[in-house]
Design a protein around this ligand. Structure first.
Ligand SMILES: Nc1ccn([C@@H]2O[C@H](COP(=O)(O)OP(=O)(O)OP(=O)(O)O)[C@@H](O)[C@H]2O)c(=O)n1
Ligand SMILES: C[C@](O)(CO)[C@H](O)COP(=O)(O)O
Length: 229
């Protein structure tokens, strides 16, 4: 076992993209001439210091090879689960089977955040390298927040101290694996699983541009931004 921790990226890409309104899983929808997932993996490939990037896809996926031709098949796991947390947990098991150690870092990054820039990832890696817990990219909330029911405001929520979580989220394998094993009910990101164990992940500010393509209109915005680069 090497003493120097390595850093692996893990990309959950086993979702169906129900909210996107697309006819195919959103990670394969072409944006600026290439499937969304290809942009995401390109950005990660340009991050200095990553030991490898594992993509977790659905066992039924028949589009990955055509979407990302030439991607090393050794780094593809066909073990995606019913929820994002299940897919991430499956990816962690695959990384472990490929030799990742408890002290190694894992950066989990949504396939759907295809606007990622390598320098944001490097900033997160530098900020977390000596941290006891790990952390995530996030953006302080700028808007006034409303709690609603049936499209009518029930209350205005104090936005002070509130951040919108993004990815990558970076934790050691030896912390993230037991955190997810403790239960994935209601766990929508890695940080919340780690928080449930009593830890306080580090927030590293990132731009709004690192948004998650979720709704139909997001594709056009992502296309404009990618073409403007
Ligand atoms: N069972 C799942 C669900 C989601 N994801 C991945 O987790 C990331 C963030 O999830 P989200 O944006 O919610 O994607 P979907 O679940 O596909 O979208 P929706 O909730 O609209 O169906 C995506 O890259 C998605 O492919 C996954 O690997 N396995
Ligand atoms: C991980 C995440 O992108 C942080 O904002 C988000 O929680 C994923 O949520 P989703 O419901 O799977 O889109």
């Amino acid at each position: 076992m090497g003493l120097q921790p390595r850093c692996f990226a893990l990309v959950p890409a086993a979702g169906v993209g129900a909210r996107s309104g697309a006819a195919i899983p959103k990670q394969y929808v072409p944006i600026a001439g290439r499937p969304m997932l290809a942009h995401t993996l390109d950005a990660l490939a340009r991050v200095p210091g990553l030991a490898g990037t594992l993509v977790v896809i659905s066992p039924e996926d028949d589009q990955f090879e055509a979407a990302v031709p030439g991607f090393d098949a050794a780094w593809v796991a066909r073990s995606g689960g019913a929820t994002r947390a299940d897919s991430v947990a499956a990816g962690l098991r695959e990384l472990q089977a490929r030799g990742a150690q408890a002290h190694d870092w894992v950066l989990v990054h949504d396939a759907a955040r295809c606007l990622l820039r390598p320098e944001w990832v490097s900033r997160l890696m530098a900020a977390c390298a000596e941290d006891e817990v790990g952390g995530l990219l996030a953006l302080p909330v700028a808007d006034t927040l409303k709690h609603a029911s049936a499209s009518r405001v029930q209350a205005t929520v104090d936005r002070a101290g509130k951040w919108a979580a993004q990815t990558p989220q970076m934790f050691r394998l030896g912390l993230l694996q037991p955190a997810l094993a403790a239960g994935t009910e209601g766990v929508t990101d890695e940080a919340s699983a780690v928080e449930a164990l009593g830890h306080s992940p580090l927030l590293v500010e990132a731009p709004m541009e690192n948004f998650k393509v979720t709704w139909p209109a997001d594709f056009e915005l992502a296309e404009r931004l990618l073409r403007s680069r």
